[in-house]
Structures are given as structure tokens and as C-alpha cells.
Design a protein around this ligand. Structure first.
Ligand code: ATP
Ligand code: MG
Length: 247
């Protein structure tokens, strides 16, 4: 069913002339650092991971964030989720943001799967009661019931992903950020995740998806934002963005 926009709603995400620099170190030891300082050589140089990027995401849109390794995609997702702040420019979001950016972030290795569900859900803004009411569903989706009382340090990377994904999609959110991680899961689980992400989009959630699986993202997302060396190279139809990426 087409959504009727009343035109008065602010975008879900606004990226306005965003710059993010990282310091690259050039010394490895105290001795090297001292020598470089004596010779007045720079100890670090600024690296522009994002260099004046602007775009906005409207409510209910699904965006594929594309680009080669190191082009700034994960940095952009971390800025949207608030893990990082821009050096210049502005990042604004409207509504609750749930993110699957780094699998394992927000998980404690010495706690069990069960304890981590509560920890992670709390980080994502859910109360204990809310988490309790969704607990069974979270575990069922992850399909790792048998290991739910095992410490997560003994989990395989796929099991980790299953739990993290399941918690994230069962939280109350308006914006869902997904970084690459789906590739860790086995094929049946990947399919199940993609189907669920599609369903969330149909319910009106706003999606930003990073993946090197270009066929999957161009099918899942209407719009493609292509980054190259930290700059916005293209913003438009996702199939065109993928063609440009492959060119
Ligand atoms: N904390 C950091 N310190 C220094 N450099 C960083 C840091 N985080 C990212 N970078 C650099 O910024 C650039 C962009 O990194 P980013 O992780 O955003 O790339 P990406 O597009 O997600 O790449 P990939 O497809 O490999 O995941 C890279 O060159 C990376 O080395
Ligand atoms: Mg990345």
C-alpha cells in the first residue's frame, strides 16, 4: 500500500556536510616517537574517513550504503548510531535507532546468552519487563536455545550473530542499521534475516544496510548511496548505484 506523506514530517536521518578524521600513527615505539619528535617529523597524520558527506533519509526509506573497503560505510553507521561524533557538520536522527554494526559490541564474554540478551536489550533502550515479554521470541528466532545458558565466549561467530540479530530486531525501533554482519550466518539463517528485515521495512521502519552482497542489497533497498574515499559519489536508484560500484 503506498504511504501517503503529509510532507510535514522531518526526515528520519539527516547527514549534513559530515567530516570525520582519524589520526594515523607513524611510530611504533617510545624510541621512534622520541626520534620523530626530535626530527620534528609528524607523529600522526589526519586521515579523512568522511569528507563532506550530505544526504537525508525519509521515514520508511531503505538505503543501501555502498562502497569499496575503507570507503567510510561503517564510520557513517557509527555516526548515525551515535557511537562516533562528526568532526565537522551535523548528524541528526529522529526516533529510536537500533544497530547491528559490530557483532559482539554490547555483549559480555563471561555472561551467558540469556544474561547477554538482557544486557544488550537494556543498551538498546528496553526495560527488563519488555525484554522478559519478548525473551521467548528472541531465543526462538536465534535457534540457539540449547546454548542459551552457555557463556558467549564459547559461541561460534555465527551463534553470536544469531543472538545479536535476534535481540536487535525484537527491540522497539524506528531506524535499523545493519553492517555486513549477515554474511556471518549460514544460508538458511541469512534468508530468514533478510525476510525479517524486509518485513520490518514493510511495517514502515527506516533501513540503512551495508553489504558487499550487491544483488541482495539492491533487491532489498530502493535507494543506493555510494561512497568513494569518504566522499559521496552517487545517491539515487540502488540498481544504478550497484552498476556504478561494479564499473
Ligand atoms: N578508529 C579508527 N582509527 C583510525 N582509522 C580508522 C578508524 N576507523 C576507521 N578508520 C579508517 O577509516 C577508513 C574508513 O573505514 P570504514 O570502517 O568506515 O570503512 P568501510 O567502508 O566500512 O570498509 P569495509 O567495506 O572494509 O567494511 C578506513 O581507511 C579505516 O582504516
Ligand atoms: Mg565496514
Amino acid at each position: 500500500m503506498p504511504r501517503i506523506s503529509d510532507g510535514s514530517r522531518a526526515p528520519r536521518i539527516v547527514i549534513d556536510d559530515v567530516h570525520k578524521n582519524f589520526k594515523l600513527r607513524h611510530t611504533h615505539s617510545i624510541k621512534e616517537t622520541a626520534l620523530a619528535a626530535l626530527r620534528r617529523k609528524p607523529l600522526t597524520t589526519d586521515f579523512h574517513a568522511l569528507d563532506g558527506v550530505s544526504f537525508a533519509v525519509e521515514e520508511g526509506e531503505s538505503i543501501a550504503l555502498l562502497g569499496m573497503n575503507g570507503s567510510g560505510k561503517s564510520t557513517m553507521l557509527k555516526l548515525i548510531s551515535g557511537v562516533l561524533t562528526p568532526d565537522r557538520g551535523r548528524v541528526r536522527t529522529r526516533g529510536r535507532v537500533a544497530g547491528l554494526i559490530e557483532v559482539g559490541a554490547g555483549f559480555h564474554p563471561d555472561l551467558s546468552g540469556r544474561e547477554n540478551i538482557f544486557l544488550n536489550a537494556a543498551i538498546l533502550g528496553m526495560s527488563k519487563k519488555e525484554t522478559e515479554s519478548r525473551y521467548e521470541e528472541i531465543v526462538a528466532f536465534s535457534e540457539i536455545e540449547q546454548f542459551i545458558d552457555t557463556e558467549v565466549k564459547h559461541y561460534s561467530s555465527g551463534m553470536f550473530l544469531r543472538l545479536a540479530f535476534s535481540v536487535a530486531i525484537h527491540t522497539e525501533m524506528d531506524i535499523l542499521l545493519i553492517d555486513e554482519i549477515l554474511s556471518v550466518g549460514d544460508e538458511p539463517f541469512q534468508k530468514k534475516c533478510i525476510a525479517r528485515v524486509r518485513q520490518l521495512h514493510e511495517q514502515g521502519k527506516t533501513l540503512v544496510v551495508v553489504s558487499h552482497d550487491l544483488n541482495m542489497v539492491s533487491n532489498l533497498c530502493d535507494r543506493g548511496v555510494l561512497l568513494r574515499h569518504g566522499k559521496l559519489q552517487f545517491d539515487g536508484d540502488s540498481h544504478t548505484a550497484v552498476e556504478l560500484m561494479r564499473a
